[in-house]
Design a protein. Structure first.
Length: 264
């Protein structure tokens, strides 16, 4: 009995570890509204619903980690490899961008199917069945595309006037935040390869109410809309497609997140 329990626990731990990349990764600045040229700390976080752990900087795997101003001037986020703190002095409002190189994930068939189901990727599961791959390992590469909007005290106070297309392969762009009505209305555009993507699943969550997930699907123009309350917000999405010209994977996924704050 003890041996069976040990084996069961090991299998459970293996599954949880294998699915670790399925959780969200987001940028958490010490504040979204800061003073001009103030030194601010930025942390890369991994977890769910604003609950998670800091991620150490892995410099060899980072494509971009910088603050991009609306005029597209970019300032690197300073920090040492293997440390969790990043630092920057914003001279203007802008968007912090974090883009990784490809990570590899090779899961046994059952665990890959569990991952697809957990993320609501039934279409990919059906495609694997059609390709007679249901019983083969899931060989995947994935990358992270995270953003965070930084505002200056006394500035626009509206993240949608600062956010813009920063050139990430999968990107969430705040297009309009209407504060004129009784309820703040947020509109975001989801782009893949610089084109709006329709029918993609999107999740929005407030830091003040992390148990409530707002589940959305982008419309024909790639847009999602939801009502929001003041405070910090996170929007996340995932896109997966058949890998092309990659020897070590059949699938490639892109994980995008955007964090921002809505002021009173």
């Amino acid at each position: 009995m003890h041996t069976l329990r040990t084996v069961t626990l090991c299998l459970t731990c293996t599954l949880l570890t294998s699915l670790a990349h399925a959780h969200e990764l987001w940028l958490q600045p010490m504040a979204h509204v800061v003073n001009q040229s103030e030194l601010i700390k930025v942390t890369i976080m991994h977890g769910e619903r604003f609950q998670g752990n800091p991620v150490a900087r892995n410099s060899p795997m980072i494509r971009r980690y910088e603050l991009v101003h609306p005029d597209h001037e970019a300032i690197p986020v300073a920090g040492l490899n293997t440390t969790v703190e990043g630092y920057i002095r914003p001279a203007n409002e802008g968007v912090i961008v974090y883009h990784t190189k490809r990570y590899e994930s090779n899961l046994p068939a059952q665990q890959f199917t569990a991952y697809l189901r957990e993320e609501g990727l039934g279409e990919i599961e059906r495609r694997r069945e059609a390709l007679s791959e249901s019983q083969t390992p899931g060989r995947e590469v994935y990358s992270r595309c995270a953003k965070s909007v930084i505002l200056l005290d006394g500035g626009s106070r509206n993240p949608s006037t600062v956010d813009h297309d920063t050139g990430l392969p999968l990107e969430i762009i705040l297009k309009d935040i209407d504060t004129e009505s009784d309820t703040t209305r947020v509109q975001a555009l989801i782009e893949f390869d610089d084109a709006p993507i329709a029918g993609i699943s999107v999740i929005a969550v407030s830091k003040s109410d992390p148990e409530r997930l707002i589940e959305l699907t982008s419309d024909a123009e790639g847009s999602v809309r939801f009502d929001a309350t003041p405070g910090d917000w996170m929007i996340t999405t995932l896109h997966i497609e058949r890998a092309t010209e990659i020897d070590n994977a059949e699938w490639e996924s892109y994980w995008a997140s955007s964090t921002f704050t809505l002021t009173e």
